[in-house]
Design a protein around this ligand. Structure first.
Ligand code: C2E
Ligand code: MG
Ligand code: MG
Ligand code: MG
Length: 282
């Protein structure tokens, strides 16, 4: 009886694994197609200067519109892309598309002053030997004085890829590309190490910002990160600002910039010019 039951479980387990594996393979094939067939889009989320209320830039966030599944979140397909190597063509597409948009916006947003467009880089991209050349060539063709590109790398990616990551970022930075450390506070980096990193901006992870008003420990963490960043001449973006109360606290802590639903959700590029013209309402 036991043997039979075990065998039964094994079969069930295997068939479930097979279903999951099949599903993953299907999604992988679909993603590969999506990269080639323009099912990917970039949305842009505004980043606001907390003292002037002006927009200083945007973060480019990838979106996948799947024919049958509808909108698939990057939280679901970026890890798959990283596991399968598809993050390389996907990441190249994101960089190219952001640069194409920068060119389009050069005229339309001329009155807005300087703007940055931040693009997320995954660890797999960061350790590709061709990355620096790829970005520099792209930038030569679309770079302009009004809108410039920034790169976001998570704290954990920087910790995991050590020397290689730091060397690559330093090269990019010496060519005028600014670097942000993303999701800061979640990656267990040594604080003493922060001043050795070739970065310009610290983005405080939204989990701390979100819970700041309810949990004083999160407020302490936010305050500590801001103080430390300022000591090291880095500027700070608070992610996930959802309420006016959070915005006000961040202002009082001298955090330079904010990003979050309180200001705007990520928007399709066609809505950005209108959004900027209505910004005085915040
Ligand atoms: P991230 O880089 O930390 O981006 C911020 C995420 O927080 C975005 O989620 C954004 O929509 C969300 N967010 C912004 N404001 C708020 C807020 O007020 N409240 C809440 N609850 N969430 C907010 P999204 O667009 O789903 O992207 C998730 C993650 O996927 C990104 O986190 C980033 O790690 C990754 N990702 C997105 N686009 C790309 C890409 O082009 N390349 C790579 N490698 N990763 C990407
Ligand atoms: Mg980011
Ligand atoms: Mg982030
Ligand atoms: Mg994140």
């Amino acid at each position: 009886y036991n043997a039979k039951k075990q065998a039964g479980n094994t079969i069930f387990f295997n068939s479930q694994m097979q279903t999951e594996e099949l599903e993953r393979l299907r999604l992988e094939a679909d993603l590969q197609q999506a990269i080639q067939q323009q099912e990917l889009h970039l949305n842009y989320q505004p980043i606001i200067c907390l003292t002037t209320n002006q927009v200083v830039g945007f973060e480019a966030l990838v979106r996948w519109h799947h024919q049958e599944r509808g909108w698939v979140s990057p939280v679901n397909f970026i890890p798959l892309a990283e596991q399968t190597g598809l993050i390389i063509p996907l990441g190249e597409w994101v960089l190219q598309e952001a640069c194409r948009q920068i060119k389009l916006w050069e005229q339309e947003l001329a009155k807005t002053g300087h703007l940055s467009i931040a693009v997320n880089l995954s660890g797999v991209q960061l350790t590709q030997p061709g990355l620096v050349n790829f970005i520099e060539n792209l930038w030569k063709n679309c770079g302009n004085k009004k809108i410039y590109i920034k790169l976001e790398v998570t704290e954990s990616v920087l910790m995991k890829n050590g020397e290689v990551a730091i060397e690559t970022l330093a090269k990019l930075r010496s060519n005028g590309i600014q670097i942000c450390i993303d999701d800061f506070g979640t990656g267990y980096s040594s604080l003493a190490y922060l001043h050795l990193l070739p970065i310009d901006t610290v983005k405080i992870d939204r989990s701390f910002v979100n819970q700041m008003t309810e949990d004083p420990r999160n407020l302490d963490i936010v305050e500590t990160i801001i103080t430390l960043a300022h000591r090291l001449d880095l500027n700070v973006v608070a992610e996930g600002v959802e309420t006016q109360a959070q915005r006000d606290i961040l202002r009082s802590l001298h955090c330079e910039y904010g990003q979050g639903y309180f200001f705007s959700k990520p928007l399709p590029p066609q809505q950005i010019v209108t959004w900027i013209s209505q910004l005085s309402h915040i």
